[in-house]
Design a protein around this ligand. Structure first.
Ligand code: HEC
Ligand code: HEC
Ligand code: HEC
Ligand code: HEC
Ligand code: HEC
Length: 451
């Protein structure tokens, strides 16, 4: 009689059993090693939580396939019994085999569940998003590490809640994987993109509707002269009310109001039409000069939310080299006491280099040779600190492999380095009653005179 053992003798079934056993052992051993933090290679997770489980399941599938093939082969043999094998549970050996198979199945289920849980968990880590998909996400991953949300995982802003959000994100992930494999990731990755509603992301942690005091902001800029002279602007940002109005900057984010707009370009730079619906349902429409119904129809409509101003919040790339160098000087990462360090710093970080590695050595030799050529003595400690500071400015903002540089991702929060607030607040978007979206400085901030 063709027993189980005979059926399992098919080479495919044997291969399956070997693959399954080997990957189960490997999964348990490597899984423990990864959890214990023995590997910090980003690809370890890919192997342990994706590749090995796939092998494991493949092996499991091969076993019944092999057995089925073997059974067919035996059936073709005229001497073989044509009926299904009979299991006689009165025999101890049959009971033992059945028990063994049940126990092994239970172990297999546990392994598959563990692997599934591990792989989901691991795929939600910034390491997966930023490092496994290394080159394409390198700019965002690097900028994120230095930003205010470095403790907020990518998925908290990029993946919506519930099964729908999960499926949506995984579908997008598959598309991106295809882009990576076919080498067709756009360079740079364009801003914008498909994000979940802010109610499922930002609003899990922030409540902009709460009354908050004004924020005091200090903007420090340095000049290209020998002493790197400083200009300081102190602004009281009207998060509460302003001298001109009882409404604040976060008026747009108040759920009681709805601000809808139409943009005619992909980066939402040009906004010819804005529509406001207030709490009592009153509607007011503003149009930029010479806007026709056709222009409005040809554009894309959107309801304003956090992203329309805080678009670069997750991973800001500095809009200009000057701003990045000024911040490094203000933070003493670049030594202000070095003559012309602002001018030289901007020159070195904006030069063209083939790669980040090339840039690191060129910035070092460039700054050192400048001070050598100036003659006289230079504070070596300040010089070394400034080299590192400028290298960091470059490393965080310029990514030749992804064609990302200063200004690749303009910020809409403000109006100096890009149009930002002035896309609408330009005093020329006019309503039927002749009123405009105001550009009056004091609506948004009051400058505090410093002695
Ligand atoms: C605090 C929220 C937040 C976090 C955390 C965050 N992002 Fe984003 N990300 C955004 C927003 C908002 C946009 C859309 C920008 C826009 O509308 O122009 C975006 C856009 C992007 C884009 C498109 C290109 C661009 O820069 O606009 C990529 C790629 C990206 N994020 C990757 C990542 C990766 C990788 C991580 C984790 C290392 C991450 N993000 C973490 C909020 C976030
Ligand atoms: C998981 C929680 C979490 C999520 C999600 C989140 N934030 Fe934050 N956010 C924080 C924390 C915590 C801080 C304070 C960070 C600090 O000051 O070090 C912060 C700070 C900020 C700040 C002030 C600091 C700055 O860089 O200007 C802004 C603005 C902000 N978040 C906007 C957003 C927006 C917009 C989103 C959605 C795209 C968002 N946050 C999503 C937790 C979160
Ligand atoms: C019209 C543009 C705009 C919109 C829309 C907007 N913000 Fe802001 N937000 C600002 C500006 C401007 C500041 C002040 C920044 C500064 O201090 O320079 C700010 C400050 C903040 C801060 C830090 C100050 C604080 O009160 O702690 C947080 C957090 C924040 N916004 C979160 C959000 C969230 C969440 C949303 C969406 C619900 C949102 N913002 C919508 C423009 C906007
Ligand atoms: C998509 C268009 C749009 C953008 C972009 C925009 N706003 Fe507004 N904002 C409006 C509209 C519309 C109003 C209400 C005008 C009205 O009906 O009086 C408004 C009102 C305001 C008010 C209250 C003014 C008052 O009269 O009380 C402040 C403050 C404000 N915005 C600040 C900002 C800041 C800061 C930014 C940039 C970070 C910004 N806005 C970007 C459309 C916009
Ligand atoms: C619709 C709101 C709004 C209006 C109107 C507005 N500003 Fe601003 N302004 C901002 C915001 C928001 C910032 C903060 C930008 C940032 O966070 O980097 C800012 C920043 C500034 C800064 C400091 C920027 C820097 O990088 O040095 C100056 C100076 C300034 N504004 C001047 C003005 C003047 C002058 C006017 C009037 C002609 C004006 N603003 C009108 C919203 C506004």
């Amino acid at each position: 009689m063709a027993g189980r053992e005979a059926l399992a003798r098919h080479p495919l079934a044997i291969a399956g059993a070997l693959i399954t056993t080997a990957s189960a052992v490997a999964f348990i051993a490597l899984g423990i090693a990864v959890l214990a933090g023995l590997f910090n290679n980003p690809y370890a997770g890919l192997v342990v939580f994706v590749a090995i489980p796939v092998l494991f399941v493949l092996g499991l599938l091969l076993i019944p396939v092999g057995m089925r093939l073997q059974q067919r082969k035996l059936l073709r043999d005229p001497a073989a019994p044509t009926d299904w094998p009979v299991f006689d549970f009165r025999r101890a050996s049959v009971r033992r085999t059945a028990l063994l198979i049940t126990a092994l199945t239970a172990v297999n289920i546990v392994i598959v569940l563990l692997a599934g849980y591990g792989s989901l968990h691991w795929m939600e880590s910034p390491t997966f998003c930023g490092q496994v998909c290394h080159t394409p996400m390198h700019p965002q991953f690097t900028a994120w590490q230095a930003a205010s949300h470095s403790r907020v995982a990518c998925v908290n802003c990029h993946v919506g809640e519930g099964a729908a959000g999960f499926v949506h994100a995984k579908m997008a992930g598959v598309r991106q994987l295809v882009h990576v494999m076919t080498n067709s990731v756009p360079k740079p990755i364009p801003p914008g993109g498909d994000l979940p509603p802010v109610a499922q992301t930002c609003l899990n942690c922030h409540t902009p509707g709460h009354t908050v005091p004004d924020r005091i902001r200090t903007f420090r800029e340095f000049s290209d002269d020998e002493t790197n002279s400083e200009t300081t602007t102190v602004m009281q940002m009207h998060m509460g009310t302003s001298p001109k109005s009882t409404r604040s900057i976060h008026w747009h984010a108040d759920p009681a109001n709805r601000v809808e707009y139409v943009a005619t370009d992909a980066t939402r730079e040009t906004i010819p039409y804005v529509k406001v619906t207030n709490a009592s349902g009153q509607v007011k429409e503003y149009r930029a000069a010479d806007t026709t119904d056709e222009t409005i129809k040809s554009g894309t409509a959107r309801t304003m939310d956090c992203r329309d101003c805080h678009n670069t919040i997750g991973h800001p790339i500095s809009p200009t080299a000057e701003q990045a160098v000024d911040r490094a000087i203000a933070a003493a990462q670049v030594a202000r006491e070095l003559p012309f360090v602002r001018r030289e710093g901007v020159r070195l970080v904006t030069a063209t280099y083939a790669s980040q590695d090339d840039a690191m050595s060129a910035i070092e030799s460039g700054l050192r040779s400048f001070y050598q050529s100036q003659g006289g003595s230079v504070d070596q400690q300040a010089l070394s600190r400034s080299v590192t500071g400028l290298q960091d400015v470059y490393r965080r903002n310029v990514f030749p492999s992804m064609m990302v540089s200063f200004g690749s991702y303009p910020t809409n929060r403000g109006h100096f380095t890009s149009t930002g607030c002035f896309r609408c607040h330009d005093d020329s978007h006019t309503a039927a009653d002749g009123s405009t979206i105001s550009a009056e400085c004091e609506l948004c901030h009051t400058q505090i005179e410093t002695p």
